[in-house]
Every structure is written in C-alpha cells, then in structure tokens.
Design a protein. Sequence first.
Length: 366
Amino acid sequence: VSPDASGRTPIVVLTRRQNRIGNVPMLIGVVILVGGILWGLLAGNALLISAAVVLGLVFFVLAIFRSFLVRIPEGANGLLQKRGKYLSTIESGTRVLPPWIVVSHLVTRRIIPFDVPVQEAPTQDNVRANVQALVTFTISDPYHFVYSVSASDFDQVFQAACQNAMRAMVRQISSDEVNNLPRRDTSELRETLSTASESYGVKIVKVTILYARPPEDFVRSQEARQLAMLQQVEQMEQQALTQRKQTDAETLGRQAVIARVDREHEELHLQIQQAEARRRVVELEAEAEELRLAKLQDRLRMYPQAAEWEWQGEQLEVARGLASNTHAVVQLGSSGANDIARAFLLRDVMQGKDAQANTYTPTPTP
C-alpha cells in the first residue's frame, strides 16, 4: 500500500483485482497446449503432443495453485467476500483460501491521529475561545467501519462529533479556565467520543488538547485588567509600607521621648543624691569644725599661756616674712608701732635663745 497525495497511508484499501487466478501462466499454458497439439498433428508426432499437454497442464496447475494463497500485509486486517457478500475478517499472514473467496478490503490496525480544530467555542461566560485538539483512535471492528460509512464520510461525521463534544466541554468552563485546558483531564471527553464513534467500529485511544486560547482582544483586556490589579496591589502594598514606616517612626519617637524622660529622671535622681551627699558632707564638716572649735576652746581654757605663745609665734613669722621682703609696703594703724616693737622684741628673745643653745657645751661625766 503506497501513501496518498498528502503523504499519509490510507486507512482502508480496496483490492484492485479480486480474481487471484494468474492470467499470464494460464495464457502460457493455453498457448503451449494448443500449439503443441497442432504442431504434433501436422508433424504426425505423438510424443510432441504428449509433451505439449503435460507442459500446458503444469502451467494450468501453477496458475490455479497460486490463486489459493492469500497474503495479508502486516498491520492490516482483510475483509473476505463470497459472491459479493461479507464472509469474515482475517488478520495479517498467509492464508489458503479457495479462489471464489476474495479479499475485498484491507483495513489498517495502526493508531490513527485526527486533528480537531474548534473555532469560537462559547464559554460559560459567553467568551469565544479557539481550541485545537488531537484525537487518536484505532479501528476495532473493520466490518462496521467499512460497511457503515465510507472513509471520506467518516472524516466529516467524526469531525462533527469531536467538535460538538469539545464545544460542550468548553461551555462548562469560564473564560479564566480556557488557558488551563491543555492540562485538563480529558478522560470524560474520551468516553463521550468513544460512545459517539462506537457504531462505526472505532475505539478512541487518547484525546490531547494542544491549544486553547480566548480571542486576542479578550486576552489583551484580561492582561490590562490583571496589570491594573497588580498595580493596585502594588500601590496598596506601598501605602501599607509607608504607613508601617510612619508607625515605626512614631513608635521610635515615643521610645526616644520615653528614653529621654527616663534619662532625665535618672539624672535628676542622681543630682538629688549628689545634693544629699554634699549636704551630708557639709553637715559632717560643720560637725567636725564644731568639734575642733570645742576642743580648741577647751585647750585655750586649759592652756592660755600656750595659746598666747603660739599667737606671738605666728606674728613673728609674719614679721620675718615682711623683713625679708624689701619691696613690701606695710600700712600701720594706731597700734602698729606697738606691734612692731613687740615683734622685734620677740625676735631678739628668739635669737638669744638660739645663741645660748649654740654656745652650750655639756660637761662630760667622769
């Protein structure tokens, strides 16, 4: 079986010559038989006549024997007829059949692909969608396939059944689900097509949706709407982010104010503690000064001469300092002369005591 003009192998092939008796061997046998007999009669040779008869019969037997052999090619089934009536179906291989049983059709057993384009199928929300599907089937009953409908008519019938089933499926979905049709389970659609084509001896193997898409203007409007929704969502997210930033800034500001108040409170508490400590120090110093003055007063009361002596010593030290400083200017009051005289007198006394201490030599003990 050779491919057709479109390059596809035909599904059903009609046999060109149903008579399987070989005409050429039969004609050769007739020529040999008639020619040998005539030649033998004219020549009066009986042996030549016998040889012609034997050789002619050999060609006759060869032509008739070959008519009993029927060969069905691999991948096809053969439909047998007897006197124009369907007899049976045979599979691939060589069979021995009488010449009056002929092979009328050869039907393929291969899986056959069938394209199903569907244009402007309405969806549930009345949007026109374009769908492209591929249906693969096999011929399970060659008799019904051949004698129920012709191959050309089957294309139209099967195309209409597939398109109706596809339109019914598209009618059950919304426009948003059209793009998901290639990933949709098509087992229900396959069962529907199997039921519709069962009477033609066809078994549906698989239904594959290759392409499904709404019209371009609808797609553009959907894309624009999705873009607007995305922009709206992005704007809402941006507003939420801005509000969250503002809330965070307010929270941070409140935390900073609270921290500053706490810090000022701690500083104030520390200052109070420091003031309390200074007050305590002043009180302690006052108590110490009071105690020192009390002790000093007791000493002065107990040792009045020692206090006088100490006071004069301090005056003498002041006088010494003034005497050593030639640039010092001293302003004297009404009792200043007496003070100076007393200071010089004390100096002389002190110098005399120092001289006695320096000239005193202790007497050695015998």
